[in-house]
Ligand binder design. Sequence first.
Ligand code: FAD
Ligand code: ZN
Length: 473
Amino acid sequence: MVQRPSAALLARLKDLLGPAGTVESEADKAPYLTDWRRRYRGDTPLVLRPGTTAEVQAVVGLCAAAGVALVPQGGNTGLVGGGTPFEHGAELLLSLTRLNRIRAVDPIDDTLVAEAGVTLAGVQAAAAAVDRLYPVSLASQGSCTIGGNVATNAGGIHVLRYGMTREQVLGLEVVLPDGRLWNGLRSLRKDNTGYDLKQLFIGSEGTLGVVTAACLRLWPRPAERVVALAAVPDVAAGLALFGRLRAAAGQTLSACEIFSERGLQFVLAFLAGSRRPLETVAPWYVLLEVLGDHALHDTVETVLAAAFEAGEACDGTIAESEAQAMALWALREHLSDAQTPQGASLKHDVALPLAALGGFVAQALAAVEAAAPGVRPVVFGHLGDGNLHFNLTQPPGLDGAAFLARTDELALVVHDIVHAHGGSIAAEHGLGRLKIDAIDRYHDPVERSLMAALKQALDPGDLMNPGKLVRPA
Ligand code: FAD
Ligand code: ZN
C-alpha cells in the first residue's frame, strides 16, 4: 500500500530543511522528475534537498515513522530509471546534491573522503590537486555524483586497470531506512572484523539506505598517456589486438574500447568539428589507452605493427598530442548522445565472457535484424571488460513510438542470447526500474531470494526506493 505524505509531514519537512532545502513548484521540480533519457516521468509532492548528514537522518526518520517512501537521487544521470519516482506521486524525492563537501584528502594514506553529492569530476579534481588519480571515468562525470556512483557501482572506461567503483570504496557513511546512521567511514586496506557491510550498499541503487559519504582510494598519477585507434575487421580481431597489447603493456593498458562503423557515422553527424579518424572505413574500431611513466609510445607502435602483420588491424593511428588524444576519445564518448537525433533507441547494457563476445555479437545482430528489419544497431563499449552497449536505433522513417513499444520484446531477443552465452543483462548501469522484472528470468532463484531477504531485513517497510532492483521477501 502506497502511503501518501500528509500535509503535516510535508510541513514538518519544510520546516526542518528551510527554503534552500525543499523544491515545491511544478517548474522547479520538473528536472528531478524525469530521467536523463526521458524514458520515465514521475511525480512527487516535494523534493527534499538536505545539506548535511544530520538533516538526511532527520528526513529519513520522519518519513520512516510516517510510512512514506523515499527515492534517493544524485546527479540524475542513471540509465535504468532508478532515481525517478513513480507516476503515482506518493514518494518523496531525496536529492543529495547539496551534500557536496570534500571532507578530507590524505596523500599519505592515499584516500579521500567525499560527501555523496560531490560530482565525480569534483573528486577527480580534488585527487589531482594532491597529484593523485581517482581513476573512475564516465562520460557523465560532470554531473553524476559519488553517492550515485556507489549506489550503482559505476564502471566506465578504466575498469580494465583499476576496477569498478566497488574497488575504490574503503568505507561508507549510510543513513539506514529506519533513520539510524551507520558510520562505516573507515580508510583501512585490511579489516577482517566480520561481514563487509559496505559491499551491501555498493550497487544497491538506493534500496537499502542513503549513502551520505564515501572514503575512496587514490592512485599514483601516471606521467604519460598514449591513445591509439585501430580499425579492425571483426570483434575477434579486436580481442586479438587487445590480448597482444595486454601482453606487451601489462598493467599500463588502462582502456580498451570498441565501437562500430555505424556508431562512428552517428558521432560524425552529431559532433561539431569531428573528423573521420582514419582513411580506412572498417566494420569496427578499437580505442586503446596506455597510462604509465615511459616508453609507452614505442610499445603501442610495435604492437600495432604486429597486429597489421597478423591481419588483426587494417589501419591505425597513435595520437601525437593531447589534443589528438582528446579528439579520439570524443568519438567514443559521444556515441550515446549521437543516437538521440537518429530517433528512438533501445539500450542493452550487457556483459559476456571475452571468449563468447564474437559469437554473441554475430548471433545477436542477426536476431535483431530478423525481429525488426531495418533496425540500426549501434554497438560499442568496454571490450576489455567484455561489456557491450548493444543499442538499437529505430529503422529510419518509421514511427519512434511504435519502435519503443517493442522494448520488452526486443530486450528478450538480446537478453536470451546474452544468457545463453553465460553473460549478464546488466553490466554496469544496474537494474533500476527498467530490469526489475526481466532479471527474474535469468538470475538463479536462490540469489534473487537472498536479495529479497536482505531487502526485507534492512527495509521491512519497503520505503527506500521501492519497485527498483528488488522487492522485499
Ligand atoms: P542517479 O542517476 O541520481 O541515481 C542512480 C541510482 O542511485 C538510483 O537508483 C538512485 O536512487 C541511487 N542513488 C543516487 N544517489 C544515492 C545516494 N547518495 N544514496 C543511495 N542511493 C543513491 N555508468 C557506468 O557505469 N559507466 C559508464 O560508462 C556510464 N556512462 C554514462 C554516460 C552518460 C552520457 C550518461 C548519461 C550516463 C552514464 N552512466 C554510466 C550512468 C550513470 O552516469 C551512472 O550510473 C552514475 O553512477 C549515476 O550517478 P548519479 O549521481 O547520476 O545517480
Ligand atoms: Zn559504459
